[in-house]
Design a protein around this ligand. Structure first.
Ligand code: GP9
Ligand code: MN
Length: 689
């Protein structure tokens, strides 16, 4: 025994021995992190084996680079690589906790646009055990520093180092082929980054992502107008005609798009603490002149809000990774809602109570044709600490301040208002709290009801102002939840909220429903059960507004049309429909019963849906990745001139003044030149004198 221990010790005192120890510790640590920090959906012995094995090839390859160096340097270099890999793992753990996904290069490239305010979230999500991923590195540093292991300064033969590198490649080859046998098309279809990490590991995923990003940039350079033909063919095959009963019923009306941050459909009519949680939104939902949809899904990917905005205003999907507004918002050509409406006589404006750079809105909105972008600096005292929370100004203050500008917009206008208070981590000050938190015991989930209530009150105040000023009569108000607020990482809490013992993947699919409502006095409303999602909003609105939409490059369809396909694509290639649902790769029938073995009929239908979903997502990606809209214009549409827009406060206010001189159609003009702000009632405690 003593002999064996001695052997191990002397082995560790060689460079190769130390290297093997480092690889071993790294692999154990990675496996520990995979098991405890991510939910990768391991569902078989083979997958478990690959999960344990997959850190090894890259550890051998990367730590093995140090073997090419001489002397003590070699040791320190190995530890440096080890530390970098640990830091990368750590960063991914934090990111994953909030977004259920891994970091991408696109995301890093765009970090300038998204880091703002993110630090607060990161602070809120880091857990002490996350730091365990540094244990092996610290341990190795200590044993070297205190000479528990001696450094071997003898030269390591280059050809042995090369042998180690070759071994790494060999091991990776074995890993990849085992992975491909278990899941074919792993690297070609890749709708889900979780799969790649599960089968090939975090390091392989990173390399893969890097290669793809480089390819994407090349795609744009290589794309040409003939690429658009296949997209157009796909759209022509799937295009359906809108519901003529509703065509033009909102012609010439103002349009409000009220973005309800992180609001999910299950909150509609939800009772808690012996009260209705969202009385204002519920009332709108049930109003006879509101078209409401109870099978409307969010379809966002990593881009979250940005993906929602992309779908809502372009009927193009977000990208499988990163935020298309960030990666392709500045440079691509778009034919977005603001541009279309702008060319139909509308004034267009976006409102957001944070810095304009977030999600690259300041550039993207120009590409989309927004005349105005009222962001934080436009609003009085907007940097006051008490006016802000998390991602920007508190909704009540923000909406009131927005009204100040809304009333100055020449009508008809298209105004998008982006709320933020109901955002992770759902913190709210007690003076703005009017309902007790949920009691699931999951702290993130529990306060969600309080910020949702605050959002509801904010919307209620804004809607009252619309009514009082008469603006409501001339407007179509569209409200939508952008994406889930409670992520799938909170299953026990979700089960509790839904009154279930356990949630299945089917429940989680349904949990992706978000509110979508179109309210307009005189509109023939009702709760519609059609299956649809964010991608379908623009065609629906254009039909209501009576704007021709028959030759646009849009991937959704009118939600009111009678012959809709009703297959809703999720960004990772899963889908739902009135008949079948696929979520996390598992199939369900319409009763939520899991389909383990598909009958021939089921298989035919499901294959058909999967084909459609795969094709529609990839065609949409082609449009964005290849910047294909630069090769095409719908009839009558004029290309957006981005340089014509200036969102600097001074310039914009001047422009607004000029516009008001030219046409006296704003609410203020209609009110005899007087502001209507005295009609705006808010109980925001911050605004109390
Ligand atoms: C930021 C806000 C939040 O401006 O829209 O974005 P999200 O984190 O929900 O994507
Ligand atoms: Mn959001």
């Amino acid at each position: 025994m003593g002999q064996a221990l001695k052997k191990v010790r002397s082995g560790l005192n060689t460079r190769l021995g130390f290297f093997i120890l480092a690889v071993l510790l790294f692999s154990i640590k990675s496996y520990f992190a995979y098991k405890t920090k991510f939910s990768l959906g391991v569902s078989s012995g083979m997958q478990e084996l690959l999960l344990a094995f997959n850190p090894i090839p890259f550890a051998v390859l990367l730590l093995g680079l140090a073997l090419y160096m001489r002397g003590r340097k070699s040791y320190w270099f190995m530890l440096l690589i080890d530390a970098i890999m640990a830091t990368w793992l750590f960063a991914n753990i934090l990111y994953y906790r909030e977004f259920s996904d891994f970091i991408t290069f696109n995301l890093i490239k765009s970090s300038g646009a998204v880091t703002n305010n993110l630090s607060q979230s990161i602070f809120g999500i880091v857990r002490p055990t996350d730091f365990l991923v540094f244990t092996d590195v610290i341990f190795l540093i200590i044993v070297l520093a205190f000479k528990g292991i001696k450094m071997d300064t003898k030269a390591f033969k280059l050809r042995y180092a090369a042998l180690v590198s070759s071994l790494a490649v060999l091991l990776f080859g074995a890993n990849l082929s085992l992975a491909e046998t278990d899941r074919s098309g792993l690297l070609t279809r890749t709708f889900d980054n979780n799969y790649i990490v599960k089968y090939l590991g975090l390091e392989a995923y990173t390399v893969y992502d890097g290669v793809k990003t480089t390819q994407n940039n090349a795609t744009k350079a290589n794309a040409n107008s003939s690429d658009l033909t296949s997209v157009q063919n796909f759209l022509a095959k799937n295009r359906i005609s809108p519901n003529v009963e509703y065509s033009g019923v909102a012609k010439g009306k103002n349009v409000f798009i009220i973005h309800l941050e992180s609001l999910q459909q299950f909150m509609i009519d939800y009772k808690w603490d012996n009260q209705e949680v969202m009385p204002n939104i519920d009332k709108l939902y049930h109003s006879s002149d509101t078209l409401s949809f109870d099978n409307f899904y969010n379809q966002v990917g990593q881009g979250k809000t940005a993906d929602a905005e992309m779908m809502l205003e372009n009927s193009l999907y977000g990208l499988p990774e990163g935020s298309a507004m960030v990666t392709d918002g500045t440079t691509n050509t778009y034919q977005a809602a603001p541009a279309i409406l702008g060319q139909n006589g509308y004034t267009t404006a976006a409102f957001h109570g944070d810095v304009p750079s977030f999600w690259n809105r300041d550039n993207t909105y120009k590409s989309w044709g927004y005349d105005y972008f009222f962001s934080k600096s436009y609003f009085a005292n907007s940097s006051k600490a008490s006016y802000n929370l998390g991602y920007g100004m508190k909704d009540k203050i923000f909406l009131k301040d927005s009204a100040q500008y809304v009333q100055q917009l020449p009508q008809p206008f298209y105004a998008k208002l982006i709320t933020v208070t109901n955002h992770y981590p759902y913190t709210i000050d007690s003076q703005n709290t009017s309902i007790k938190p949920f009691d699931t015991g999951d702290s993130t989930v529990d306060s969600y009801v309080q910020t949702a209530r605050y959002l509801d009150e904010s919307v209620g105040e804004f809607m009252s102002w619309l009514k009082k000023t008469g603006l409501e009569k001339n407007s179509m108000v569209v409200l939508y939840g952008d994406h889930y607020g409670i992520s799938n990482n909170h299953k026990p809490a979700i089960a509790k909220l839904l009154g279930k013992k356990k949630v299945t993947n089917y429940d989680l699919a349904n949990f992706q429903k978000v509110p979508f409502m179109i309210h307009m006095p005189g509109l023939k409303g009702g709760i519609k059960h059609t299956y649809g999602g964010e991608i379908d909003v623009l065609p629906t609105l254009l039909n209501l507004l009576g704007i021709k939409d028959s030759d646009t490059i849009q991937f959704g369809s009118d939600l009111l049309a009678t012959n809709r396909k009703q297959t809703v694509a999720f960004r990772n290639g899963d889908f739902t429909s009135p008949t079948y649902t696929k979520y996390n790769g598992v199939y369900y029938d319409s009763n939520g019963k899991q389909l383990k073995k598909l009958t021939t009929t089921e298989k035919t239908s499901i294959d058909d849906m999967q084909n459609y979903v795969t094709n529609t997502l990839s065609a949409s990606d082609k449009v964005i990745n290849g910047d294909l809209l630069r090769f095409y214009e719908p009839e009558g549409f004029k290309k957006v001139v981005k340089g014509a827009y200036n969102y600097k406060k001074s310039a914009a206010l001047k422009q607004l003044k000029k516009a008001n001189k030219k046409e006296s159609t704003s609410l203020v003009d209609q009110n005899g030149g007087k502001s209507t702000m005295s009609e705006y009632e808010t109980d925001a405690p911050e605004l109390k004198k």
